[in-house]
Structures are given as C-alpha cells and as structure tokens.
Design a protein around this ligand. Structure first.
Ligand code: ADP
Ligand code: MG
Length: 705
C-alpha cells in the first residue's frame, strides 16, 4: 500500500473526537479587546488629546503632529498591557498580501532596558522597499519607501504562541509619493467619491454630511487535512491541485451546500470567530458552500477601508487557525478542478450621513435620490465595465470566471424584475404594464415596495442589486478587496459629477422634470447593461455581443484596461492614481500572472516526471510480469491492461516533452501544456492500482477530514 496516503487516512480515522461542551453562559466581553479603539483611547489618553484623535479619525482630517508623541505613548502602554514587546507598520504591498517588519520597543539604558515608542515611530516607517514589486515605479537602487500611519484604521495586536505585536495599519509609498500599495489608492478614491457625493447631495438640498462607503466581503475557502496537503507539492507550491481525476461523487448531489457542519470544522470556525471578534472584526455568518470541503465566512459590513484591512486579517486568521487544527485553508480561486471555485462577493453601498443612498426611499424625495444613484451606477458600470473586469484578473480567477459556477466575464447588472420595471417606467414616463399603478414621476411619486428577500436573487449575475447594496460577485477568493472598491468609488464619483453638472444648471422650479430627463437619457443609453436572465447561457454570450458589451475572457486581456488612455485620464482626474501608478500595476499584475503560470508549469513537469512516472513504471512492470506468468500457465493474460498502462506511460512521456518545450515559450503554450499533461496524469490515476498512486486523491482530500 502507499504508506503515506494510507497513514493519513488511518490517522484521521482514529483521531480523538472532541467532547461536546457542557452548557455554560456565552460571553463576548472580549469583542475588540485587541484593538486600540475609542474605548482604549479614552482609557489611555488625556481627554483633550483623545478628542483630537477621534476627530481626526471621524472627519478624516490630517493628524495634528503635536499629539503624535502622546498617542504613541498611549498606544505603547496599551499594547504592553496586553503583552506586546514589538511593533510593526502593517501594510499591503502590490504582492496582494500583507507585510510587516517588527521592531521591539527595547531601548538599552544604563545596563537595563526601557520600552520606548516615539511619535515618529508611529507616524512613519522606512522599510527597505527594494524587494517589493513596484512595476518600475522605483528602481532598486532608490530602495527607500516609507509607510505612513492610517489613523482611520485602528491599531491592533497580533498574538502568537509566546508573544504579541502591536500592528499599525499604514499606507506604503515611494519617496516621490507614488503609491506602492493597495491602501493608498483606496483612500484617495474615498476622498474623490466623498467630494462627488457631497456635490450631488447638495443638488438635492442636503446639508454637508459625511459620505461613508460600506463593504461586506463574503469570503469563500476550502479546508483540507494537512496530512494530505503535505503530500501534494502542487498544493503547497501553487495553491491548487494541478493533477487529480474527478471523483465519482463530488458536488452533483448538492448535499454539501448549507449542510450540517462537521464538528471538527465547527470547532475551527468557532476559534476563527473568537480571534476575529477579539480584533473587532464582526464575523457573522458561517456555512458550508457548494463544493465538498468548501465553506464561507461573512462579516457584517463596515466602512470600506476598515473592511479591506479586516478581510486581509480574515484570510490570515483562517490560515493560522486551520493550522492549529491540522487543517489547511485554501484561498486559491480554483484549488480543485471539476467542483466550484471560491470567490469573494463584494457587497458595496454608500451612505450620506445616516442615509444609505441605495435604500429605496419611503417618500418621493428619497426615491429621487435612490433612482439617481441607481442610474449613476448603471452609467458607471456600463461605461467602465473593462475596469471592473480588470479588478478580477489573476491566474487563479481565470479558472473561475465564465466557468458556469461563477459570474461570466461579461459585466452586466441585475436589478430584479420590479426595479427593472421601475427603471423602464422612469425611462418612458408612462406606466409600462399593469404591474405598477401609475407613471413614475420623480419628486411626486413613491416607489412600490421592492422585494428584499433571498428569493429574488440571481447567482449568475456579476453585479446584482440586493436590496440596499450592489453585490459584485466576480472578485476571486484570494484577492485583496482594494481594487474592486477603488474602481467602484472612482467610476461612481465620475457618474455623480456628470449628473451634478447638469443638475446645477436647473432652477428649483424644474428640478424634478430636469432630473427625470437626465435619468431618462442615462437609462436609454445604458440599459444594455441590465440583464436579469441566466448569465451562464450561450444565448447571453450572443446577446451581450449584440448589445456591444465586452466579453473579456482572460486576465492578460483584462489587465490592459490599466494602460488605456481614457482610464488613466479618469484616475488622474480623480487623483486616485497617476499614469505611472496605473502602468506600474499593469506591470506588476502581468509579471505576477506570468510567474504563476511558469511556476505551475514547472511543478507539473516535475511531478509528472518524478512522482507520477515512477508509479506508472512500477504498475506497468508489475502488469507485464503478471501477464508473462499468466501466459506461461496457459491463462489469457493481462495483455490489454498492460498495454493501456504502457500506452499511457508513453503519452505521459510525450506530454512531459511538450511541457519541457513550452516552458521555454509563452504563457499560452504553458497553459495548454499543463492541460495536456493533466489529461494524461488524470487518465493514469484511473488505471494505476490505487495502492501505487502516489498523490492523495480528490475523493480523499475533499471528503476525509
Ligand atoms: P446574503 O447573505 O443573502 O447574500 P446579506 O444581507 O446577509 O445577504 O449580506 C451579505 C453581505 O452584505 C454581508 O456581509 C452584509 O453585512 C453585507 N451588507 C449588508 N448591507 C450592506 C450595506 N449597506 N453595505 C455593504 N454591505 C452590506
Ligand atoms: Mg451572499
């Protein structure tokens, strides 16, 4: 028998089962205990300084440098009280993960040491930036980059086995001020959208209020037993299985989705949630997803900058806690072929003051604002579909988009029947059908109540209105939430400005008739983006083409949106990214894509050569020997079986050869060669004796945990 595979199964089968917890009162007093939040600030800071800091955070104004020293001191005392000996500026470079370089608070003093942390330590850091991808923004000899404190995302503590570190969320820039990270453009896009929202709301006679963009990021992931994972170089090197035959049973029975959660997984989820709650991350929903071994965690929505930081911590926490349970959390978009991949649904909305602009209103005034926002978003998404598609590019997500499990690569908006009906009435100014009573007249009519329940859902749409928010479903599970929201904020800012510019020319008397005309024009010109049907069908692909909607199938094509002049002009106009920053992101993403494909190609070749091939050779020679013995004894023999192994072996050799050549060429060739190699390996998996097969199989990884 294949010892390691079997031993893993045996160990899992005989692992102790945890006892059911005796009844005891639940307690969530620890919520937020590892966050330097308003409560902690009030405890550790003098009142006047605390007020100044809270105002900075609330109004997004610049920090008064004279209070930095006191804030740093308070933060250090707070962190030390919780066991921290180190601090780090925590940032999000263009690698897509987070980065941290720890420094201790230690300062030697007279043979002993004191713990010190200055205002400067808090506000700026100077990590050596030369080894982070910058896409040519900064050549390596000008290695200096700096991190700058983002007071709008609170400092927090990360704990490990025997210590703790104070983490300070920061933006990461070059010395010339160019953004080298994912946070800076997000903060800039928020400023842009705040300004445009205020301008629009001023047209509606609203006083100055704070604009808040909200995000709820639903995170899908897989969990598999670490004992299998460690036997799969493709998984631990590329994050996905490059080989693996589809098992007889996978997700066709629909018996995993929302099924009862196995206790090992529930224990894991409980621990994840506890850790997240300590960090003030409002983890709310947990459930089994569609594929076997696939799960989801959804937090309550929060302000988008905080939510983006929190999603990075969610991913890290999932991985860390999984390890404690002998599990591995796979965040790759497509760890297993043949079953669903993982996405990250981006629930986006915006409020002005306390009012959510995407909440259908109760009175005619609110309706007018709501319909203006909906039309603005139609305009934005239709005009800039290429930018939204770009945010989902990546070697992993290429396996998912358009694969009839995730939204297609064609961007469209789902509004649901009733809201679509309202929009059509708005366009025509007359009742379209008997569904609604009267014509939609802005400023005097109210909206019919719009359904907000889960039945009115269309899972095949990439961009769906879901009651009081839009759910962008194309982003991949491993991706940072930053890009989709940078783009959404920027394109909606532009749409709001486009509308405001026209509204500002109207006088009070004809405001509503004028607004109606503006929105009618938008609907006429952009209703092609609306689609309530099944996005997985071939008809939609054809229909979308007829409508002139782009169908951008691959990442490499999608990334080009970053280099288009009109897109660069848009981002420059809103101060979100300049040309150099846009082009650098193009370069970084293209390079990332190429490297990943190349790494996968090399792994595929190596595994085929030195893991699969020896097993096939052994199976083949055994079959040949048995065949010979059988023939000697006058039995019919195993000729057919031995032959199929021999033929498979030869095709495998040929496919390895193709791979070898492909590795010297372009990525398309490598992708094709991986597919060819996989076909051969997966075919062999089905005929090589189970006991000789060297890799854990799909039926094991997806079902035994
Ligand atoms: P469902 O689970 O049916 O998709 P939910 O209403 O539970 O829908 O929402 C899913 C996600 O959307 C959650 O993370 C939730 O917090 C988030 N969400 C709800 N309202 C908003 C909002 N106004 N802005 C941003 N996200 C929101
Ligand atoms: Mg959902």
């Amino acid at each position: 028998m294949n010892n390691s595979r079997n031993k893993a199964i045996y160990d899992i089968a005989t692992a102790p089962v945890s006892a059911v917890m005796p009844a005891a009162p639940a307690n969530v007093n620890f919520y937020g205990e590892d966050v330097f939040n308003a409560d902690a600030m009030r405890t550790y800071l003098p009142k006047d300084i605390c007020e100044k800091l809270l105002a900075t955070i609330d109004e997004g104004v610049a920090l008064d440098p004279s209070i930095a020293g006191d804030v740093a001191h308070a933060m250090k005392r707070w962190a030390m009280d919780r066991g921290a000996t180190h601090f780090t500026h925590w940032f999000q470079p263009l690698t897509g993960s987070t980065a941290e370089k720890h420094d201790s608070f230690i300062e030697p003093s007279g043979g002993k040491a004191i713990m010190a942390f200055s205002g400067k330590n808090l506000i700026v850091g100077e990590p050596d930036a030369s080894s982070f991808p910058s896409g040519g923004l900064r050549s390596t000899f000008e290695a200096r980059g700096y991190t700058a404190w983002d007071p709008t995302s609170p400092a927090f503590i990360k704990r490990h086995g025997n210590g703790a570190t104070l983490c300070i969320p920061t933006a990461f820039c070059s010395y010339t001020g160019e953004a080298l990270d994912k946070k800076t453009p997000l903060l800039r896009s928020l400023q842009a959208l705040s300004k445009s929202t205020r301008r629009l709301m001023t047209c509606f006679k609203a006083g100055p209020k704070k604009t808040t963009v909200t995000l709820g990021a639903e995170q899908e992931y897989f969990l598999i037993d670490k004992r299998f994972y460690l036997q799969r170089p493709d998984l631990y090197q590329a994050g996905r299985t490059i080989f693996g035959a589809t098992p007889a049973k996978h997700q066709q029975m629909n018996d995993h989705y929302f099924g009862s959660i196995p206790s090992r997984i529930l224990n894991f989820m409980n621990d994840v949630e506890k850790e997240l709650w300590k960090l003030g991350i409002p983890a709310k929903t947990r459930h089994n997803e569609v594929a076997p071994a696939q799960f989801e965690l959804a937090p309550l929505f929060e302000e988008v900058n905080l939510a983006c930081d929190h999603n990075m911590l969610v991913m890290e926490t999932l991985r860390n806690v999984a390890d404690r349970y002998g599990l591995v959390c796979l965040l790759h978009e497509k760890p297993f072929a043949g079953v669903n991949g993982s996405g990250k649904h981006n629930n986006w909305s915006l409020s002005y003051g306390k009012g959510n602009l995407l909440n259908p209103g109760k009175d005619p005034h609110q309706n007018a604002v709501f319909l203006t926002a909906i039309c603005a978003i139609m305009y934005a998404v239709d005009t800039h579909a290429d930018l939204l598609r770009m945010t989902c590019a990546g070697a992993g997500n290429d396996h998912r988009l358009g694969a009839h499990e995730a939204p297609p690569a064609i961007i469209s908006i789902y509004l649901g029947d009733q809201l679509t009906d309202v929009i059509e009435q708005l366009e025509q100014g007359v009742p379209k059908s008997s569904k609604q009573a009267g014509a939609m007249k802005l400023g005097s009519d109210t909206l019919p109540p719009l359904p907000r329940d889960a039945t009115d859902r269309n899972r095949t749409s990439p961009f769906a209105f879901t009651g009081n928010k839009f759910e962008f479903r194309a982003p991949g599970s491993s991706q940072s939430c930053s890009e989709p929201n940078v783009v959404l904020n920027t394109i909606v800012a532009e749409a709001f400005d486009m509308i405001s510019e026209q509204l500002e020319k109207l006088d009070d008397k004809n405001f509503h008739t004028g607004l109606q005309k503006i929105l009618q024009k938008i609907v006429k010109e952009h209703k092609r983006i609306l689609y309530n049907g099944n996005g997985y069908t071939e008809e939609w692909v054809k229909e979308a083409e007829k409508r002139g909607l782009p169908n951008i199938r691959t990442s490499m094509e999608a990334l080009k949106a970053l280099t288009k002049d009109e897109n660069i002009a848009l981002f420059e106009k809103y101060g979100v990214m300049n040309r150099a920053e846009m082009v650098s992101r193009y370069e970084v993403n293209v390079e990332d894509y190429h490297k990943r494909i190349h790494i996968e190609g090399e792994i595929a070749r190596d595994m085929a050569k030195n893991i699969i091939m020896p097993a096939v050779v052994e199976a083949y020679s055994k079959a040949l020997k048995t065949n010979e013995m059988a023939l000697n004894q006058g039995f019919p023999g195993l000729d057919g079986y031995a032959k199929s192994l021999g033929e498979g072996m030869n095709r495998l050799l040929a496919a390895i050869d193709v791979m070898e050549k492909a590795l010297g060429g372009l990525h398309e060739g490598i992708v094709d060669a991986i597919a060819t190699l996989r076909k051969e390996v997966d075919g062999l998996e089905k005929i090589v004796p189970n006991e000789l097969w060297p890799l854990p199989k799909y039926r094991e990884m997806l079902f035994i945990y």
